[in-house]
Ligand binder design. Structure first.
Ligand code: GLN
Length: 181
């Protein structure tokens, strides 16, 4: 299971993947995408991550991998990477740093539709929200009226950091989408 490891908190995701029985693999160049069963695009800084994707010529291979049906989870900056203006995987437009000033961080308990086990502890760090989305996008959770968790087919994106609170349910979901859970 690949974790895009150009920048951001990919190690926390790798740890949670191990916790749910997945085998994390750090992705830095296109060759790393071969034979992956799933992919996580972590949080970090979307501008820096974009530059890394461009530098390593990863955009095309990432799009192909996901178009081939590989389950993908994008968190925070990873959600931004999946939007219309970046990889174009999800039919969403995101608003960067949408919750306010640069350093605004907070935690909330968030109920995700279709997810058993009660609310998920969600850590928001200079998080985006979804400003606009097409009809094929399911909104799984909203905060202040704005979508902060969405799913379109096998692609899931959340505006927060599930990996920092140690809740493994979204990582498990990724394995389930893959049919290996
Ligand atoms: N604010 C960051 C950005 O726009 C995202 C922050 C995060 O991933 N925690 O890229």
């Amino acid at each position: 299971m690949g974790v895009l490891a150009l920048q951001g908190d990919f190690e926390a995701h790798a740890k949670l993947l191990r916790d749910v029985g997945g085998e994390p693999y750090e992705v830095r160049v296109p060759a790393d995408l071969e034979a992956l069963d799933a992919l996580i695009i972590p949080g970090g800084e979307s501008t820096v991550m974009s530059l890394g994707i461009e530098r390593e010529r990863l955009a095309g291979p990432l799009r192909e991998l996901i178009a081939a049906g590989t389950p993908v989870l994008g968190t925070c900056a990873g959600m931004i990477m999946l939007d219309r203006d970046h990889l174009g995987v999800l039919d969403i437009a995101t608003e960067r740093n949408a919750f306010g000033p640069q350093l605004r961080s907070f935690e909330v308990d968030l109920e995700l539709s279709g997810m058993d086990g009660g609310p998920l502890r969600a850590v928001f760090i200079r998080a985006p929200w979804v400003r606009d989305h097409g009809p094929g996008v399911d909104v799984l959770a909203r905060l202040d009226g704005h979508p902060v968790a969405v799913r379109q087919g096998q692609a899931v994106a959340v505006a927060f950091h599930p990996e920092l609170a140690g809740d493994t349910r979204l990582h498990r979901l990724l394995l389930d989408i893959d049919g290996r859970g």
